[in-house]
Ligand binder design. Structure first.
Ligand SMILES: Cc1ncc(COP(=O)(O)O)c(C=O)c1O
Length: 425
């Protein structure tokens, strides 16, 4: 087992970070087994990908069947799965999203979305948000500010990208408290228009409807509604990056639904195909039709196996009532986390929607406590629970189990977590 780790260390670029030392032998549902047969509950879902759990039998079956028939098209041939998937996505995405472009990764879809926004509007400016994560390719990285380490030594980045504060109320970027908040972070956008770029030069805003990597921050509804009104007023496209929040993670198909937002463009990836690489840009027909043939393209995007798996993921989420499960069990988990917070001063905040839950660990002076979280994560893993961190200071634990996770499994995971906190103090 250590042989695999040693070989990985000598052969794989050290830039690639593994979150644990576990060498996996097999996995099913919420469970992962290592080569010694030790079982772990995987509350990382492979970074919010395995919403239907590891190796869901229906998804595995669909992959196998498709692999026997037809594996690759490269846009040479038409094939049914890609149009069936577009039809299904049109049904489950918010109203107005009715055409799709498939690619392979979240970053690639973010690139495509900003290309589409610039192409369709003939404007260049892009507004992104402080603390967001959109991927590691040049365009996506230029939007990403969840940590400076993603940007260090890569400048110059894409020009005409401007950042506004994300409404992270627990650590308000405008220095306000809830009692005296007048959504100054929204007003900041008007300031940008007076000082940095005029609204008629801005193609789009790109926002995660719940901040992922940057700290699992749920924005206030009035902010999101205000931002939507603001984009409409200035005819700026609203791009929702639902790469991490999508496919039921928050207890709804997409996080935008929590705020009643209908975006102009959506970016989808991660959980879309049950663990296979696939991503998509969804947009209003009228925008997509401005994108001339050949102005964007792909070799592998929307390949038959990934799109067949994605169809089965959508069917499984519906058939097994997984949105309802994530909402019900997620609400219960959040209540338990609130109880835990009352017991420990080191928990500064707990928050989340559905199965996108976070616990922010702090020192007695309220500053971030990454050293404590590191101990807690290591104790959790020792006791069979895999969780990972997020946030600029790596002091926020994120819980993102498969949507198939039952009430009892959640209960068990939270008792391991509670013990790990006690043992780490
Ligand atoms: C919100 C968001 N957008 C984009 C990405 C990039 O996706 P990928 O790693 O598939 O390129 C991520 C990945 O974590 C993400 O969380």
């Amino acid at each position: 087992m250590s042989d695999v780790r040693e070989k990985a260390r000598s052969l794989l670029a050290p830039a690639l970070l593994f979150h644990t030392d576990i060498v996996v032998e097999r996995a099913e549902g919420v469970y992962v087994y290592d080569r010694d047969g030790k079982r772990y509950m995987d509350f990382s879902s492979g970074l919010a990908v395995l919403n239907t759990g590891h190796c869901h039998p229906s998804v595995v079956k669909a992959i196998g069947e498709q692999a026997q028939r037809f594996i690759h098209s490269g846009c040479i041939f038409y094939y049914p799965t890609i149009v069936e998937l577009a039809e299904r996505l049109k049904e489950i995405t918010p109203d107005g999203i009715d055409m799709f472009f498939f690619s392979n990764s979240g970053a690639e879809a973010v690139e495509g979305a900003i290309k589409l926004a610039r192409y369709a509007t003939q404007r260049q400016g892009i507004i992104a948000f402080g603390g967001s994560f959109h991927g590691r390719t040049y365009g996506a990285m230029s939007l990403t500010t969840s940590s400076v380490r993603y940007r260090k030594n890569y400048h110059p980045l894409l020009p005409s990208v401007f950042h506004a504060p994300y409404p992270y109320c627990y650590r308000c970027p405008m220095g306000k408290r809830s009692e005296d908040c007048s959504t100054e972070c929204l007003a900041y956008l008007e300031w940008m228009f007076a000082h940095l770029i005029t609204p008629e030069e801005v193609a789009c805003v790109v926002i995660e409807p719940v901040l992922g990597e940057g700290g699992y921050v749920v924005p206030p509804e009035r902010y999101m509604k205000g931002l939507r009104e603001f984009t409409e007023k200035h005819e700026i496209l609203f791009v929702a990056d639902e790469v991490q929040t999508g496919f039921g993670r928050t207890g709804r198909w997409f996080a935008c639904e929590h705020f009643g937002i209908e975006p102009d463009i959506m970016v989808l990836a991660k959980a879309i195909a049950g663990g296979l690489p696939l991503s998509a840009i969804g947009a209003r027909r009228e925008l997509m039709e401005r994108w001339k043939p050949g102005s964007h393209g792909t070799t592998f995007g929307g390949n038959p196996i990934s799109s067949r798996a994605a169809l089965e993921v959508i069917n499984t989420i519906e058939r097994e009532g997984l949105l309802e499960n994530a909402k019900k069990v997620g609400d219960h988990a959040l209540r338990l986390l609130q109880e835990l917070k009352k017991m420990h001063a080191c928990i500064g905040d707990v928050r989340g929607l559905g199965f996108m839950l976070a616990i922010e660990f702090v020192r007695p002076d309220g500053s971030p406590a990454p050293e404590l979280l590191e101990k807690i994560i290591s104790n959790c893993i020792k006791n069979g629970l895999i969780i990972v961190e997020c946030g600029t200071c790596k002091n926020i634990a994120r819980l993102m189990p498969p949507l198939t996770t039952t009430h009892d499994e959640m209960q068990q995971a939270l008792s391991i977590l509670a013990e790990a906190i006690k043992d780490s103090l």
